[in-house]
Design a protein around this ligand. Structure first.
Ligand SMILES: [Mg+2]
Length: 299
């Protein structure tokens, strides 16, 4: 069995309403699927991380740099292939995110509108049957506390809500927001400071009651190894922490309409009280619809 080729599918569509987080606003959805063909057996599918124009740059890397490294290899030798590709590229940069064009945060006059929107959206998520919700922050520590308060009001007491800062704070600002989150009973505080600021994470962990989350901007086993070495075992007991499927509830055709057999996560959550079934097919258990890819492909 041999790998005979890879093909990138970069997809894009303009959204009806732009979305944002602490680093930028963006008007379009993009996705980068990578199809791996072999001489016998099924086609494999993967998703390449990187949004917007980054997907176009990654397409070139996948096709011009990585593809020659995997052609003719046994697809079952997954670990050996990964090590080969990693070693061949490790001298050319394994860390560092592309520097997006940072946009100014929303003006102060938008905060009341955002607070109302956050309140109503959080309430709708609870009403839809989800077991928890997560919000983005970023306009600034004072405004972010207003937004978090609006979300708590929207979901009511006793419902879990987490806060994702996408590493937008200094440690003092993160402490200010984190102490407010302590009072609001937030479930976790995600990426409060820069991924490289391990001392900041340690300080926040020591001074806040709210659980600190991080590691989203680390890549490969090497990037995460130090963080995992520092992590205690998951607690056991009669009521252990259950793994949570994080689900973006904003409109997304790539999530809802791309698959030949859509997952209907929202419908499952509504019907089951917050749970979803694992796809039972081979591999990932899902198959992209070729006609959908043709319709949205830009490269
Ligand atoms: Mg995050």
């Amino acid at each position: 069995m041999k790998i005979t080729g890879t093909r990138s599918h970069v997809l894009r569509y303009e959204m009806d309403e732009e979305l944002g987080y602490s680093q930028q606003y963006y008007p379009a959805r993009t996705a980068h699927l990578v199809e791996v063909s072999i001489d016998e057996g099924p086609t494999g599918w993967g998703e390449c991380f990187g949004t917007g124009p980054i997907a176009l740059a990654n397409k070139t890397i996948v096709e011009q740099v990585l593809q020659p490294m995997v052609l003719g290899r046994d697809p079952l030798a997954r670990e050996a292939i990964w090590q080969h590709c990693y070693n061949m590229m490790c001298d050319h940069g394994q860390k560092g995110m592309p520097l997006y064009c940072l946009l100014a945060g929303p003006t102060r006059t938008r905060i009341p509108d955002l607070a109302d929107a956050f309140h109503d959206e959080a309430a709708a998520i609870r009403e839809a049957g989800f077991a928890a919700t997560k919000m983005k922050v970023g306009p600034g520590s004072v405004a972010d506390i207003e937004l978090a308060t609006a979300v708590r009001d929207g979901v009511g007491d006793g419902f879990r809500f987490a806060v994702d800062a996408n590493h937008c704070y200094t440690t003092p600002d993160a402490l200010t927001v984190g102490r407010a989150l302590d009072d609001l009973g937030a479930y976790w505080f995600e990426e409060p400071v820069a991924p490289e600021d391990r001392a900041g994470y340690t300080e926040l962990r020591a001074k806040l009651k709210t659980t600190i989350a991080g590691g989203e901007a680390e890549f490969t086993r090497y990037g995460r190894r130090d963080l995992l070495a520092a992590m205690p075992d998951m607690p056991g007991g009669l009521h252990p922490w259950e793994p949570i499927l994080e689900f973006d509830t904003t409109p997304n055709r790539f999530r809802d309409d791309m698959l030949s057999d859509p997952l209907d996560i929202q419908g499952q959550v509504k019907r089951s009280g917050g749970f979803v079934d694992l796809p039972g097919g081979p591999g990932l258990g899902v198959r992209p619809d070729p006609a959908f890819l043709d319709h949205y492909r830009i490269a």
